[in-house]
Design a protein around this ligand. Structure first.
Ligand SMILES: Nc1ncnc2c1ncn2[C@@H]1O[C@H](COP(=O)(O)OP(=O)(O)OP(=O)(O)O)[C@@H](O)[C@H]1O
Ligand SMILES: [Mg+2]
Length: 304
C-alpha cells in the first residue's frame, strides 16, 4: 500500500505546485459519507502559545488520513491558522465552525473535504472569538462544541481539535468535546510549570463538569538532540510527568515551519524530511496506542 499511496501523494503535491498558491483548493463535501465507527476525539491543547499545537494538528491529521483513517480536523482557534494551512483563505461567505456552533448552518455544511483523501476539515474564522460573548449567558454553554461533535463522530475514526493558546470558554468547550487531550510540549525552560498548570485545568474540568477527560499523552516538539536544554527538558519530563509520553519526538525542522506558507501539510511539501517522518511515526504510535489512562495531577513542577 505504502509505495502507491506515496506516489499518489507526490503527484498531488506536483499538482498543487502548478496552481496559484492563493487559490482555495478545498472542495466542499456535503454531507460526509456514512461510517459506522465512533471516532476517538482528541483535543490538541496547551495554554502556552507557539508550542506546536497547530503544526501537530495539521500534520498528525494528514498522516492519520494517509494511513487510511477517516479523519476530521476541527479548527477551534479564532486565529484560524490550521484553516489557512490547508488553503482556506478568509472569505466572509465561508461556513465555519462558528456557524455550526450556533446552528446557523447544519454541521454537514461546514465540513469541507481537503485535497487529501480521508481528511476533512471544519474551518474557523475570527468570528469564533465573538462566540465567547454570545455564549456567556446561555445554558450549557460549555457543551456547544460537544453537541456539534456528537452529531458527526460516527463518520470518522479520528477527530482532532486544534485549540488556541488561551484559557476561556472556548477552551472549556474544546476540552469537553474531547475524550482525550494530546499535549504538545516545547523543549524549553519552564515547560514543566506549564504542564502542571494544564493538568490542574483538566482536573477542574473533570471535577466541576463531571467530564471524564483522559490524557492521551505529552508530545515533545521542536526537539534538538544537539541542544543540552532540549535533552535536559526531555529527561525531566520523563522523570516527572505522570502520564504517557510519546516515544516519537518532533524535531526542529525548517520544512515544518515553511509548509503552512505554501498552504499544505508537510506530507505534500517535504515527505522525505525528518519532520514528516516524525509525524508519520506519531500517527502510527497514536493508532496503536492503548486506551489513555485516567488523569493524575501528581507532578513535581520545579523548573529544569
Ligand atoms: N517542529 C518544528 N520545527 C520548526 N518550527 C516549528 C515546529 N513546530 C512548529 N514550528 C513553528 O513554530 C511556530 C509555532 O507553531 P504552531 O503555530 O504550531 O504553535 P501553536 O501552539 O499552534 O501556536 P498558538 O498557540 O499561537 O496557536 C510556527 O511558526 C511553526 O511553523
Ligand atoms: Mg495554533
Amino acid at each position: 500500500m505504502a509505495s502507491s499511496k506515496r506516489a499518489e501523494v507526490a503527484e498531488l503535491a506536483d499538482a498543487l505546485d502548478s496552481k496559484s498558491s492563493d487559490g482555495n483548493i478545498v472542495r466542499v463535501r456535503v454531507p460526509p459519507s456514512a461510517h459506522t465507527i465512533m471516532a476517538r476525539v482528541i483535543t490538541i491543547f496547551n495554554q502556552k502559545g507557539g508550542v506546536g499545537k497547530t503544526t501537530t494538528a495539521m500534520n498528525l491529521a494528514a498522516y492519520l488520513a494517509f494511513l487510511g483513517k477517516k479523519t476530521l480536523l476541527i479548527d477551534f482557534d479564532p486565529q484560524f491558522n490550521a484553516s489557512v494551512g490547508f488553503g482556506i483563505t478568509y472569505d466572509p461567505r465561508h461556513e465555519t465552525v462558528y456557524q455550526a456552533l450556533f446552528n446557523k448552518q447544519p454541521v454537514e455544511q461546514v465540513v469541507k473535504q481537503t485535497y487529501l483523501s480521508n481528511l476533512d476539515i471544519i474551518p474557523s474564522s475570527a468570528d469564533l472569538s465573538g462566540a465567547l460573548v454570545e455564549l456567556v449567558n446561555v445554558p450549557n454553554r460549555e457543551r456547544f462544541l460537544r453537541g456539534l461533535v456528537d452529531k458527526i463522530r460516527s463518520y470518522y475514526d479520528f477527530i482532532l481539535i486544534d485549540m488556541g493558546p488561551s484559557l476561556n470558554l472556548l477552551t472549556i468547550n474544546g476540552l469537553i468535546a474531547a475524550d482525550e487531550v494530546l499535549i504538545p510540549v516545547q523543549c524549553e525552560y519552564y515547560s514543566l510549570e506549564g504542564l502542571n498548570q494544564l493538568l490542574k485545568t483538566i482536573d477542574l474540568i473533570k471535577n466541576n463538569m463531571g467530564h471524564p477527560l483522559k490524557i492521551a499523552g505529552a508530545l515533545l516538539t521542536m526537539y534538538d538532540e544537539r541542544e543540552e536544554l532540549s535533552r535536559n527538558v526531555a529527561q525531566k519530563i520523563h522523570e516527572r510527568f505522570p502520564h504517557y509520553i510519546y516515544r516519537t519526538r518532533i524535531p526542529r525542522s525548517t520544512s515544518l515551519a515553511e509548509a503552512p506558507s505554501l498552504k499544505r501539510p508537510i506530507i505534500l511539501y517535504d515527505p522525505q524530511g525528518l519532520g514528516a517522518q516524525a509525524y508519520e511515526a506519531l500517527a502510527r504510535e497514536l493508532i496503536s496506542q492503548e486506551q489513555a489512562v485516567p488523569l493524575s495531577t501528581d507532578m513535581d513542577d520545579e523548573p529544569v
